[in-house]
Design a protein around this ligand. Structure first.
Ligand code: GLN
Length: 488
């Protein structure tokens, strides 16, 4: 029998509005589920049980006082939040030992917006330290495991959020995506993950990794929920000057629209050697289905694709080396004992940061240093412009672009930890969209013979999340993949 922790946002809204269930019923189901599976999945760094009961009672009171046709928005809906998004008064660690005790004195804009709609924070989810990674194995505290196969990784860096949604330990979650960290774990865990256009969602209160690439977005059980959450978290914010003063549509309104005649671009550079055969077949079957729904596949080229990973790892590490300078033992978190001030700085950073974070700080510092800046950082910025132009050219011919989300199914824990380059290559299909700033969504499109989820990615023009939501919804409505559940 399906229990209440398995509900989607829109299903929960309907039942709550009709007073068929109470907020406490859902919350109890969610915590029951956490109690029974969290030991295996390890999706959460912090579970917010005590606080959430008070919020739940409040939400129920509000629901009791409104009519059965009113919009209850997120009143009483249990949502998990990635642990690099600041929540006032609640531990926010970025899965780093350097922030093991950091309790933010302020609320991020996204969680403030969820709060204003009455959500319940279930807990803070695990990630690769400072969102640097593709498997959650770089977490300073624990590795999250894939609910579909506990020997495998859930992807990363938002692996905790994706696994929590897949395991029904919450109704929905927020993640962040700098090079694929929402979409790749969504694909690995068989759920829906959307990276908005750069500037669509405020980054205020998101702990910065690479500020020109970072975006927060929803991880959900279906496309409608993605549209619901995106609408709530989007929009200009005076606290983030890169958030765009652009109208936010009601993203649920585009869902039912026809996709007949929609031109879908298939970039030839994405279907090459090294891609898993089962993934390739699954994606081509999905494209056939879209064709039967009236979409028109068109072969396109994104010629600078082969430079995306290299470009990203210069720019992202450069920005990270600057952003992470603030962790010096003085302002936040860990403070080690040192002989003098300099020794205290050095010891704090040596003890507080994990190996991957240190590697990236060194790479970024090198790329920015005098004498190398022109050869690396500036060159990478130029290539970034070319990659962005690839998308602009492609979008003169097609309405959306379709690709696999990941070149392989979820891999085994430990399989790539000794080889950072292999780990970096797992993002080959997701990184370009961050460099170009365009929106992209990953949704389930099948399973491998080992019963591992496969994701398909739809990419849109700047600020055209509506088109990717529309095609994702059309595909989802004609398939059942999103309804399958892992046998935990
Ligand atoms: N896996 C990529 C990295 O390690 C992307 C991470 C992310 O999107 N935060 O940087």
């Amino acid at each position: 029998m399906s229990s209440l922790n398995m509900l989607t946002i829109s299903e929960a809204q309907n039942l709550l509005r009709k007073k068929e269930i109470s907020v406490i019923d859902i919350l109890e189901a969610v915590f029951w589920r956490i109690d029974s599976v969290e030991e295996k999945v390890k999706a959460f760094i912090t579970i917010n049980k005590e606080n959430s009961l008070t919020v739940a009672k409040d939400a129920q009171k509000k629901i009791d006082s409104i009519g059965s046709n009113d919009n209850i928005s997120l009143l009483g809906i249990p949502i998990a939040v990635k642990d690099n998004i600041c929540t006032k008064g609640i531990l926010t660690t970025c899965a780093s030992k350097i922030l093991y005790n950091f309790i933010p004195p302020y609320e991020s804009t996204v969680t403030m917006r969820l709060k204003n709609k009455g959500y319940i924070l279930v807990g803070k989810t695990n990630l690769d330290e400072f969102a640097m990674g593709s498997s959650t194995e770089n977490s300073g505290f624990q590795t999250t495991l894939n609910p579909w196969d506990l020997e495998r990784v859930p992807g990363g860096s938002s692996g905790g959020s994706a696994a929590a949604v897949a395991a029904d330990e919450c109704i929905a979650a927020l993640g962040s995506d700098t090079g694929g960290s929402i979409r790749q774990p969504a694909s690995f865990c068989g759920v829906v993950g959307l990276k908005p256009t750069y500037g669509r969602v405020s980054r205020f209160g998101l702990v910065a990794y690479a500020s020109s690439l970072d975006q927060i977005g929803p991880i959900t059980k279906n496309v409608r929920d993605s549209a619901i959450l995106l609408k709530i978290i989007s929009g200009h914010d005076p606290y983030d000057s890169t958030s765009a003063p652009i109208n936010v549509p009601d993203f649920t309104e585009c869902l039912e629209k026809d996709i007949k005649g929609l031109k879908i671009g298939i970039p030839k550079e994405y279907f090459i050697e090294g891609m898993d055969k089962e993934i390739e077949n699954t994606i081509f079957q999905a494209i056939k289905l879209l064709e039967s729904l009236g979409a028109i596949p068109v072969e396109i080229s994104l010629p600078h694709t082969e430079y995306a990973v290299a470009t990203y790892y210069i720019l992202a590490t450069s920005e990270a080396s600057s952003n992470l300078a603030r962790y010096d033992g003085v302002k936040y978190g860990l403070r080690a004992v040192g002989k003098d001030l300099m020794d205290m700085y050095l010891t704090t950073r040596a003890q507080g940061f994990g190996a991957e974070v240190k590697r990236r700080i060194m790479l970024g510092t090198y790329a920015l240093s005098s004498g190398y800046y022109e050869a690396y950082y500036r060159k990478a910025q130029q290539v970034r412009t070319l990659i962005k132009k690839d998308f602009e050219d492609a979008f003169n011919k097609v309405d959306i672009i379709v690709t696999p989300t990941s070149p392989t199914p979820p891999f085994k824990a430990g399989e790539k930890t000794q080889d950072p380059l292999q780990m970096y290559l797992t993002d080959i299909y997701t990184i370009s969209m961050n460099l170009a700033g365009v929106p992209a969504i990953s949704i389930p499109c099948g399973f491998t013979s080992n019963n591992l989820p496969v994701g398909i990615q739809f990419i849109g023009k700047h600020f055209d999340e509506e088109s990717i939501l529309k095609i994702a919804y059309a595909y989802e409505q004609s398939t059942d993949w999103h309804r399958r559940k892992p046998a935990l």
